[in-house]
Design a protein around this ligand. Structure first.
Ligand SMILES: [Zn+2]
Length: 279
């Protein structure tokens, strides 16, 4: 029988902790390292839907991308949702473990998986991280790379929508639908901090999530002034970061034959519907 400690070792080999941002909170949140683990559920978010699914299935480990406890915590009282989720997991004997920015930087992490699904060739000669790790320059947050053939912005956005799980908000695009795109910059999750990064500015399109009015508007205005700069494609954060989980599950399965590993299909995007008709 596999233990949580053995899974910690496997996860560390796949997504080394040294790759995490200094502000991040990764690793085991709750659970006894010596506890036996027979079932693992992977999910983007530690929320009621995925905790329900983990406990209902009898999982011994809920492995999520986003941390439940990112900032300082002084209480896990159960009248607040984080305390309530944690208490339920502990009572059910289900550990919680997170691989966040340490997963973002590896080739098989969320951004690398989006590139795979878009058909952008793999390998350091084809993909350049925005911020290479000092000890592993082929790895890092964000990637830029070229599609095998140019396409239009509209076709690119439609392709993005087709690879993502459906969400209420769909995919939003800023740019001329007919403009040609070949060079793609991508940062899964909230990527507005990279809007002025030279590699993003050099791309035809920037694919990310959670873009707000001012950062998006300023990037587009600057692009207009310069006659270049990327079009923007904005996806639901949780949808973009769901794609890598199947590969992570496969890697964990092959390291621990006999372990039951499954990916939650719960839609953890907080937005539930969209109104586009205007009267
Ligand atoms: Zn994220």
């Amino acid at each position: 029988m596999t233990t949580l400690r053995a899974l910690q070792t496997t996860i560390e080999a796949l997504y080394p902790a040294r790759g995490a941002e200094s502000w991040d909170a990764i690793g085991t949140v709750s659970g006894d390292p010596e506890a036996a683990v027979g079932k693992v559920l992977l999910a983007v978010d530690p929320v009621a839907a995925t905790v329900d699914e983990a406990i209902g299935w009898g999982a011994d480990l809920l492995f999520t991308h986003h941390p439940l406890l990112l900032r300082g915590v002084t209480s896990v009282a159960e009248d607040r949702y984080k305390g309530a989720l944690l208490a339920r997991l502990i009572r059910a004997g289900c550990a919680l473990h997170t691989a966040h920015t340490n997963a973002d930087v590896v080739e098989s992490g969320p951004t690398g998986t989006i590139f795979d699904r878009l058909g952008i060739p793999a390998g350091p000669e084809h993909r350049t991280p925005f911020e290479p790790l000092p000890d592993a320059p082929e790895r890092g947050l964000g990637l830029v790379g070229d599609l095998p053939a140019p396409t239009t912005l509209r076709e690119f956005a439609e392709r993005v929508a087709s690879i993502l799980p459906p969400t209420a908000g769909g995919v939003r695009v800023a740019g001329d639908p007919e403009q040609e795109v070949r060079r793609v910059a991508c940062c899964s999750g909230a990527g507005d901090s990279f809007l002025s990064h030279p590699l993003v500015r050099s791309a035809d399109v920037y694919l990310t999530s959670d873009l707000r009015h001012h950062p998006a508007s300023e990037a587009r205005e600057q692009a207009l002034l310069e006659g270049g700069g990327p079009a923007l494609v904005d996806t639901a954060h949780a949808a973009g970061e769901h794609l890598w989980l199947e590969g992570a599950a496969e890697r964990i399965r092959s390291a621990h034959p006999g372990l039951e590993v499954r990916v939650s299909n719960a839609n953890t995007d907080p937005w539930t519907f969209l109104v586009t008709e205007q009267r």
